[in-house]
Design a protein around this ligand. Structure first.
Ligand code: SOE
Length: 380
């Protein structure tokens, strides 16, 4: 293992912070990263809860003060696992303090906030300070392999992007409010949360930008109790659907929901071209469904590719073929990409510029939902 440490400060200690913590702890045991992560400090809203989480997760210190954390001389990276309304203040303060930043998706809750973060990130690069957005699904081997497969022209000229990210944790009207339902902390709700992933994957896999959208957001349960029983009537969107034009000649259909009965965390996508298609389902994360239209017609059909060979992205460092990976392994690959970029003195991908592109699409879908018309995605 290298001598040089990369000292991490994390803001937040919810379930995604737990996934990031596992990734920081695992990356050095599985790969040979040029810098060794150290879990230096954790910050949360409440000191006692932060201290309990730090003890349980293995962080060396804990506080309720992210503003001091981003200024610590013994911290090199700030890993933001807090609600979206806090992303801009934390990221900009960290970048200005010379800390590299990993920020969970979506970049922010508004287009203007995302713009300010992307500007701060661009200025920070001039001081050798790097930033990255946590679009973790890019870092599953099957998705990275699909990206190369499509880029190699294996499905021909792209025609369709068809995707859905469906959950059902809100299907009960009595499920109480949480920060993910509050438009103040979570912006456009499910469109920002789950839609951000679909938008990023569509642009990443196709290599194209979503240029125009026509969409609709919806709230089914318009009044929910707060955790202490008080009624509340302001609920961020629980479902959204939209059509999209990508580049000049590709059509897209997108659906996200938190009330899709029977779907716990079902991210399903298909990219179809003139010569074939690739399909993915996060509930089968090691598999790609490949259709090759170039085969003789009598041999054609969708086949299952098990993406666990040593030649597949990241697999060689893990286990022998067929010893499958899970949802959490993507986060280890994500932090590995950040560590290697910092060590090499280059910008990691996806950067805040990609986060801003996604935010432009979220903003356009929300505007389309309010106006009922097609909306052009803002590009800057
Ligand atoms: C991360 O993989 C993720 O998709 C989060 O971004 C969602 O918010 C969570 O509901 C499921 O996991």
């Amino acid at each position: 293992m290298p001598d040089a440490e990369l000292r991490i400060g994390m803001v937040g200690h919810g379930f995604i912070a737990r996934a990031h913590t596992a990734a920081w702890l695992t990356v050095g045991r599985t790969f040979a990263p040029p810098l060794r992560p150290r879990l230096t400090a954790l910050a949360g809203r409440r000191r006692d809860a932060a201290r309990e989480a730090a003890e349980r997760l293995g962080w060396e210190s804990a506080s309720d003060d992210w503003e001091s954390l981003v200024r610590r001389d013994d911290v090199d990276v700030i890993d933001i696992c807090a609600p979206g309304d806090l992303h801009p203040d934390i990221a900009i303060a960290a970048l200005e303090a010379g800390k590299h930043v990993l920020c969970e998706k979506p970049l922010a809750n508004t287009l203007d906030a995302a713009r300010s973060m992307e500007t701060a990130a661009r200025h920070a690069v001039e001081r050798g300070v790097r930033s990255m957005v946590g679009f973790n699904y890019r870092f599953l081997p099957a998705i990275a392999f699909a990206k190369a497969f499509i880029a190699d022209g294996r499905i021909g000229a792209l025609r369709h992007v068809r995707c859905a990210y469906l959950q059902d944790w809100l299907i009960e009207p009595t499920t109480p409010m949480s920060w993910k339902l509050d438009p103040v902390s979570a912006g456009d709700g499910v469109l920002a949360d789950l839609g951000a992933h679909l938008i990023d994957l569509a642009q990443y896999l196709s290599g194209m930008s979503i240029a125009e959208v026509s969409g609709r957001m919806h709230v089914f349960t318009t009044a929910r109790p707060t955790a202490d029983g008080r009624p509340t009537h302001v609920i961020a969107p629980e479902a959204a659907s939209f059509l999209a034009a990508l580049g000049d000649d590709v059509v897209g259909t997108f659906e996200v929901s938190r009330v899709a009965a029977g779907h716990r965390n079902s991210l399903v996508l298909e990219i179809a071209g003139s010569e074939g298609s690739v399909g993915f389902d996060v509930e089968r994360p090691n598999e790609l469904l490949v259709y090759d239209g170039r085969l003789a017609r009598e041999e054609q059909g969708e086949r299952r590719v098990l993406v666990t060979e040593p030649v597949h992205p990241w697999i060689e460092a893990w286990w022998p073929p067929g010893h499958v990976l899970g949802w959490e392994h993507a986060f280890t690959h994500e932090v590995l990409a950040l560590i290697e970029a910092i060590a090499d003195g280059r910008d990691p991908e996806p950067g805040f510029d990609e986060g801003l592109r996604v935010q432009g699409v979220i903003d356009a879908v929300a505007r389309s939902s309010r106006t009922g018309s097609w909306v052009t995605v803002a590009t800057a």
